[in-house]
Design a protein. Structure first.
Length: 147
């Protein structure tokens, strides 16, 4: 990102699968298996962020919503459907902005699976410290002028 002229970058996708991340194992596996084209810009999951565009991995909820013509709430298919339950027994509705968290059960694939365009570059579950060290080492190598 820095070599392309950016002053900073958003690295959320890489840290979704950090060993310390509070993400459900099924979500982590979906991220690890995703290809770059699976991340789509959408307004589908707007439970807490109405009309806010976001990137998410294409899933059954996005597919059904787009097949219906991407209607606004409350005309979306399966609008009030409970797709998952937290470990405390709280229902999680389709189109909510909640990601799959540890202890959740249900159709986790149908939940908001946020991920950026770099999703196809994430292939391993590593400690956050190692991820940061790798990023810093690579940035230093790229930005250090050749002698």
């Amino acid at each position: 990102m820095l070599t392309l002229g950016a002053q900073a970058g958003w690295l959320g996708t890489r840290f979704l699968v950090a060993e310390e991340a509070a993400t459900h194992q099924e979500y982590r596996q979906i991220v690890l298996d995703a290809e770059p084209q699976h991340a789509v810009l959408t307004r589908c999951f707007d439970g807490g962020w109405p009309d806010a565009p976001h990137r998410a991995i294409r899933n059954s909820t996005i597919n059904a919503w787009q097949a219906a013509g991407s209607p606004p709430s409350p005309q979306r298919p399966g609008e009030a459907t409970v797709v998952a339950t937290t470990s405390q027994g709280r229902p999680q509705l389709r189109y909510a902005d909640t990601i799959p968290l540890p202890g959740m059960t249900g159709d986790l694939e149908a939940m908001a699976l946020y991920a950026g365009q770099s999703v196809g570059l994430v292939h391993s579950l590593d400690p956050a410290e190692e991820i940061v060290h790798t990023i810093a080492s690579q940035a230093t190598a790229i930005l250090t002028p050749a002698r």
